[in-house]
Ligand binder design. Structure first.
Ligand SMILES: Nc1ncnc2c1ncn2[C@@H]1O[C@H](COP(=O)(O)OP(=O)(O)OP(=O)(O)O)[C@@H](O)[C@H]1O
Length: 350
């Protein structure tokens, strides 16, 4: 499978300064990340707050410059393009932000906001702008008559739809959504997730979905990369990673999701400081299964679009099923022993 977007060994550190403004170290926000996204594929990037997801998203679009590593998009190394070549390439790569209240300019009507990329990248002649804006608004489920209104007249969900219409205007090949639904009310989140998955399917978009919400990622992603403290600890097909996780950190993340089927040992201790992250597998200081080798070896890289998993994966004990997800017979036996009932419980099927 050929990659539309491919990152190799990305590193980004942010300087940390002391009270006197002197440099006192660096936050290792992204530290040696390699990944690939195939044409038409949806890659979910998951991990706790502060693990480096947003920094990685910005590096992938070359909105910030990496300290090391490369990002290739459609064959071009973005880190080496001239400013004008990069501007032209931006047409193909769009970002949807988390906060729909901050991402739209309050001084622009909806029509102006959505038409701006049309004009910037000369997508349609001026005479056709209004029709194209109307088309884009309908595509995201908004009535075209709303085009003359101002952002403050809309709800959070509607604003995010406008931001999505704006992102679609330049007919991009790749969209990165950085927590695109997490600022929305729960009732609206599902509608916007459904809209995104319809657009991804209908327009054959290549999409990188950054989210701390595994439920959202499960709904949309073909492949999943799990980040911890600036590194990817597991990466692979969504079905494998989310149903049969091969890294103890992924197991723990999944076990924390209400209603998920497997139990994992609780994670002890705090996330180490990103100023002095542990060597080897980033998770080894908190991992209940860690052995000596984990202090020096990173999770192993496999084939394909940079598969990654714990090098102990084959020897890890299988996750134990949760009592609330036991098969019907097992649950009944558990209830019977709890109530010390000798026979079937009242109302239970024989
Ligand atoms: N501009 C910056 N200057 C200094 N440190 C930064 C900067 N941006 C991010 N960081 C630090 O880099 C690390 C990764 O941050 P990042 O925002 O990428 O994580 P995240 O997983 O997206 O978290 P969240 O979901 O909370 O946004 C954090 O420790 C953060 O404090």
């Amino acid at each position: 499978m050929s990659a539309l977007l491919e990152a190799e060994g990305l590193v980004k550190r942010f300087p940390v300064r002391d009270a006197l403004g002197r440099r006192a170290g660096a936050v290792h926000a992204v530290d040696g990340v390699s990944l690939g996204v195939a044409q038409g594929e949806v890659l979910g990037i998951v991990g706790e707050s502060g693990c480096g997801k947003s920094t990685l998203g910005r590096l992938l679009l070359n909105l910030i410059t990496p300290d090391a590593g490369t990002v290739r998009f459609g064959g071009d190394d973005l880190t080496r393009l001239s400013a004008s070549a990069l501007r032209a390439r931006r047409r193909d790569m769009q970002l949807i932000f988390q906060d729909p209240f901050a991402s739209l300019d309050p001084r622009m009507t909806v029509e102006q906001a959505v038409a701006e990329p049309l004009r910037l990248h000369r997508i349609v002649p001026r005479a056709q702008e209004r029709d194209r804006v109307a088309e884009l608004l309908s595509r995201v489920g908004l009535r075209p008559e709303l085009a003359r209104r101002w952002p403050h007249e809309f709800s959070g969900g509607q604003r995010q739809r406008i931001a999505i219409a704006r992102a679609l205007a330049s007919q991009p090949k790749l969209i990165i959504g950085d927590e695109p639904v997490s600022a929305l009310d729960v009732s609206v989140q599902a509608q916007v997730v459904n809209l995104l998955s319809d657009l991804i399917r209908d327009l054959s978009l290549t999409f990188v979905l950054i989210s701390h919400d595994l439920g959202v990622v499960r709904h949309v992603a073909d492949r999943v990369a799990v980040m911890y403290l600036g590194r990817i600890v597991e990466q692979g097909p969504a079905e494998d990673v989310l149903s049969a996780p091969k890294h103890p950190y992924t197991r723990a993340l999944l076990a924390a999701v209400p209603g998920h089927g497997a139990k994992a040992p609780p994670i002890e201790g705090d996330v180490p400081s990103p100023i002095a992250p542990p060597p080897g597998c980033r998770f080894h200081t908190r991992c209940p299964f860690a052995v000596e080798r984990c202090r020096t070896d990173q999770p192993t890289l496999g084939d394909g679009l940079h598969r990654v998993a714990c090098h102990l994966a084959d020897s890890l004990p299988p996750p134990t099923p949760r009592p609330d997800r036991l098969a019907g017979g097992d649950r009944l036996r558990r209830l019977q022993s709890f109530f010390r009932a000798p026979g079937p419980l009242p109302g239970a099927q024989p």
